[in-house]
Write a protein that binds this ligand. Structure first.
Ligand SMILES: Nc1ncnc2c1ncn2[C@@H]1O[C@H](COP(=O)(O)OP(=O)(O)OP(=O)(O)O)[C@@H](O)[C@H]1O
Length: 312
């Protein structure tokens, strides 16, 4: 865990709207299912993850280094102690430390298979179980899983890919003005972090309040039968495997509506949710490059979208 006084403020991130929104939705519903951020180096991925935790005083970021050993991740059971003393002695690992916080895995595509399995189990069950020589120990392990990766260095196993509620692609800004702003803000932050943070404090506070309000609103959202039908139709149309994507699409749209201050889900919530939930699950990617913008998804969903306008 790090001191938060030297963290770049979330509100000061330039652009990267989809990544920012995807991260924030995981605060609106902490059980949403995490986010995978794919993209080139130096595009504020790790900056944004740290900034996200900084928004919420009770949240910390626990880093899972790509070369961590299995013991360090899941924890260790001292069998000798168990035999000698007749009681279990457990040395907690990162999955214990991450309980109630953010578990951040940079270069998640390069993780060892054994660690991936442990992560999958904990993410699915909310529990981490360590077994050694017939002795087992379990503890709760619920966390917001955030993975980052550069697809040029290899893809992620489909099982792990499917566990992430959301996936977004980030690219460097392409226009001069935005790039200038990135430089300006970074220099200002490095010159005087405390002053820079003060400058953004009111925007940060607004974000916090918006998230808190959304957490209350989401409780009141009940998707209509028509929206369920629409969501199911999207799953079929986009040829996704299984049902996880349908469920995540609905949950994401609910979080999106709440984040917009509504208890009513509208067509735009569905499109934005689909942009983050569907691309990494589509068996046949319609594009070679992963550029799924609003228009692409809109096109794919085509006539279905006019239905949602009536359904909500
Ligand atoms: N959109 C942005 N807004 C503000 N700062 C940015 C933005 N994009 C990049 N930066 C700055 O660029 C630097 C690199 O960002 P960061 O370390 O978060 O990249 P990363 O995507 O995690 O890269 P890597 O994959 O190499 O770790 C940081 O100083 C960060 O503040």
């Amino acid at each position: 865990m790090e001191g938060k006084a030297d963290v770049y403020p979330f509100a000061a991130i330039v652009g990267q709207d989809l990544m920012r929104k995807g991260l924030l939705l995981n605060l609106v519903n902490r059980k949403l299912g995490g986010i995978l951020i794919r993209g080139e180096k130096g595009t504020a991925k790790s900056t944004a993850v740290r900034a996200l935790a900084d928004l919420m005083p009770e949240l910390s970021v626990v880093n899972l280094p790509v070369h961590a050993t299995e013991d360090r991740v899941v924890g260790t059971l001292d069998i000798e102690h168990a035999i000698r003393e007749g009681e279990k002695k457990f040395e907690p690992g990162l999955l214990a430390k991450a309980h109630g916080h953010i578990l951040y895995v940079d270069e998640i595509n390069l993780l060892d298979d054994a660690i991936v399995d442990a992560l999958l189990d904990a993410a699915a069950m909310g529990v981490n179980t360590v077994e050694r020589e017939g002795v087992s120990y379990s503890h709760p392990s619920r966390f917001i899983l955030i993975g980052t990766m550069n697809p040029e260095e290899g893809e992620l196993r489909p099982q792990l890919l499917d566990r992430f509620a959301l996936s977004v692609e980030v690219n460097g800004e392409r226009d001069v003005e935005s790039r200038m702003e990135v430089i300006r803000r970074r220099l200002a932050f490095e010159a005087d972090p405390a002053e820079f943070r003060r400058r953004y404090e009111s925007q940060q506070q607004e974000l916090r309040e918006r998230i808190e309000r959304a957490r209350q609103l989401i409780e009141q959202i009940k998707p209509s039968e028509e929206l369920l039908k629409w969501t199911a139709a999207v799953g079929i149309r986009l040829k996704v495997d299984g049902h996880r994507s349908d469920i995540m699409l609905m949950k994401t749209a609910m979080a999106m509506a709440a984040f917009q201050g509504r208890t009513q889900i509208v067509a735009d919530d569905m499109v934005e949710a689909a942009m983050m939930v569907m691309p990494h699950r589509m068996r046949k990617r319609p594009f070679e490059e992963g550029a799924y913008d609003h228009e692409t998804i809109r096109e794919l969903l085509g006539d279905l979208l006019s239905e949602v306008t009536h359904a909500s």
